[in-house]
Design a binder for this molecule. Sequence first.
Ligand SMILES: Cc1cc2nc3c(=O)[nH]c(=O)nc-3n(C[C@H](O)[C@H](O)[C@H](O)COP(=O)(O)O)c2cc1C
Length: 216
Amino acid sequence: MAITEAIRLSTTASSVDFDKSADTLPSVHELIRTRWSPRSFSDRPVSDQDLRTVLEAARWAASSNNEQPWRFLIARKSDGEAYGKMLSLLVPSNQEWARTAPVLIIMAAKKNFSHTGVPNAYALHDTGAALANLFLQANALGLSAHGMAGFDRERAHEVLGIPADYDLGAAVALGYRDSPDKLTNERHQKAETARRQRKPLNEIAFGPFWNQPLSL
Ligand SMILES: Cc1cc2nc3c(=O)[nH]c(=O)nc-3n(C[C@H](O)[C@H](O)[C@H](O)COP(=O)(O)O)c2cc1C
């Protein structure tokens, strides 16, 4: 399916008829412009094929020394108790909405390089790059993903059996968007339709020296 077609379907497949596209330069790719982090998910399951595709996209991220430090723990609603266990690791305000997502993911990052045992200062950095691939691939398939830092890392290690030589990255809710009306929390409902914001480019991009304006 062409990317444009997938995006069109992603905004019409559920009763979601508002536009959360970022106010970017028109030259930015629409997959980036139309990605956002919803909280209202429908109970439509994610197919094995689509789940495999988003993970495959993540797998092909670049990483320091091609270490590929990322690991993904996946819980689907159909996993029943195991899904509940992963959900219970989230902070209450995330549980409130993430419980509607058919798939939960927790990302881990191997702390040390496999071939030398030396600490990999880029482990979480590269795991974040894999997450960005996952976000965009999800959008291309008409799915949405929402990252979460709000979960109990220590308990996640224990409950999910994650070895001590792995750091924890983000948790992720993945599924199809649904109407904001389904959110019971007013704050979440407001956020769902609010315009998306970013810092201006001149605050984050400099010339060769810190704070030196970049002329473009
Ligand atoms: C690593 C990471 C952690 C996040 N943690 C949370 C979280 O715990 N709870 C939440 O509701 N949103 C969380 N978010 C979503 C951000 O708030 C969201 O990406 C940001 O507001 C920008 O909105 P957008 O993704 O719709 O452009 C997280 C996003 C990322 C990438």
